[in-house]
Design a protein around this ligand. Sequence first.
Ligand code: MOS
Length: 721
Amino acid sequence: MTSRLDGPLKVTGRAKYGADHNLPGMAYGYIVVSAIAHGEIRAMDVTAARNAPGVVDVYSPFDPVDLRTPNTMFGETWVPLQDKEVTYYGQPIGLVVAETYEQARDAAMTVEVTYHERPALTSLRDGISSAEDAPPGFDGSSLTMEILARGVSSFEDALRASPVVVEATYSTATQNHAAMEPHSAVAVWDSDGLTIYSGNQGSNLQAMELALALELDPSSVHAVNPFVGGAFGGKGRTSVAAFLAAAAARVLGRPVKVALSREQVFTATAGRGATIQKVALGATADGSLTAIRHDAWSATPMDRSFVEPASHSTREYYAAQNLAVSQKMVPLHIPPTTFMRAPGEAPGSFALESAMDELAVALHIDPIELRMRNDSAAPLGKDLLWSGKHLDECFRVGAARFGWSERTPHGRTDGDWLVGLGVATAMFPALRFPASVRVTLRDDDTAEVATSGADPGTGLLTVLSLVGAESLDIPPARVTPLLGDSALPPGGMSGGSTGTASAGSAIMIAAAQVIGELQVLASSPGAPFDGTEVSYADGHVLADGRTMTFGELLRAVNRPSISAVGSSSPGEELTKHSFSSFGAQFCEVRVHRWTREARVSRMLGVFDAGRIINAKTARSQIIGGMIWGVSAALHEGLEIDRNGRLANADLAGYLLPVNADIPDVDVHFVEYPDTLHNSIGARGIGEIGTVGMAAAVANAIYNATGIRVRHIPIRIEDLLT
Ligand code: MOS
């Protein structure tokens, strides 16, 4: 149980986030955004802005900054001010740079834009008739697939032949990551190139994107950001603020800071698209699934750059002979969409796990029993067993801990409150990305573990020190972890719940290498163990009954430090097993008989996520994820009107839970290290906490009230009778 190492710096305000950097001679940029959702910019009159007090320069599609659109690991990254087409309300179309932030903002208000406006399509429901097939997912696999049992001629036949069928349509709202730190950047150039301070999920990836956009050698971009105020997928790509600050600072020859307002974060970055999902489940009377169908339609921006893969993970959940999943995208005039915590799994599990609850009701089977009866040994259509799966244990342990046996099919009452219990399965794939880490031993008996990756609040910094200490067999207090700097070995991306497994594996490799070098050094000519093979343990080398700490040895051979870089990437294991984390989500909801307010009163998540490196930060991660699930179920939803305007692009109208909305959250891990996945045995916990939670809330509301709400967020008006 280690407290996060960056905690004291954060709570005392000493941690410097991107916008906290203030440099001599710095100018401030304010972004101008479009006031229509669809059309062409005919003219931009910037005369008043240019003449406003303190204004240094104004950029627009008519007077653009020098940027190219880079092609990156995510495909094309959108770069602002490159053309005059507007495809969503709130699209960045200009940048005003002035001596102060206030001057830039005031001048930006005077920019007069003339549009040729065209009709906008902004509603998923209205656009569904123009749906298109989604391209393959991020990993290249098709988002549409059908599996039929031998002798079955069509999925519909299989469904029709099922003794019990439930079929329903579910929908989920547009969401924004709403990280506490708005997207911002401070850019400064010198003779070596660009230095950029801007919160992100992988400083080396940000440096690469900026180098491509600015047509520079990647070695001339130095991205620095050890602290990131939340990301959740929303800082995976380089932000508009970073592109514009870097380009403006280059032409102006002085540092430039650009920070988005909270309202701009809702449109000028990217969020999660709304979904409509149809699920059909066929089963035998005893609750064995015979057919699973999941069709999803996801809102996507006009550039079709990201499609929320809502039905994709359904093939992993349960055993069934017949499966049909499909994914459509519906291009709309809406702000960009991107990865957002459990992309696909979060909205997808709301639909699937609500449908499982409906099936349990139809069959008069306990919802946990129904899930256990359909346990899968491998994803459907992929004949590789799970490396380890203890979902049954999660449900058993959870049921006992939560008091599930007290549940009745129709809830219970407590005074004026209707009380219900709900459950859902949670799954999230266990992945790894390539990562390199440098491990250094110093002559003062301390060590350093360094990688370019990011800790956007995940606890990765603390994990680096713990895994480093374990690998070097020294106390964590003697290990300094470093990350968030593109000059360090490339650590990949803090996304996809991969940070610990990716960096952790690389640390073990680097540590073994540096210990090997230390041993060679110890027995080299003239060294204290000249000609003798030494062993290493507990921070010491040992031979012939004589020991020295590594610091003593380094001092004896006059080496201030030695280091090694270890790299790891996913490989052979992928040909042998399927990998996923699993969980059982439990929730108790109280719905007030008269006011119909719904309040979550108890929550428990039990997870099988491999080895847990640091119980404290792991628990925090999962709590955060579970709260996200409650938030999706009862609070969050961006309202986009038919003109494309966001009606609630602020933290007053875009509802997020506060402390009073969230009870104590109970988290439990069943811990089975997964060394088939990677050598440290950890599978990843960043996203699974949110998966299934929204369904658990909706299922508990059904149990309490008998009202099945098939959309989220669920509001008071949905529960009026
Ligand atoms: Mo995230 S959606 O794993 O960046």
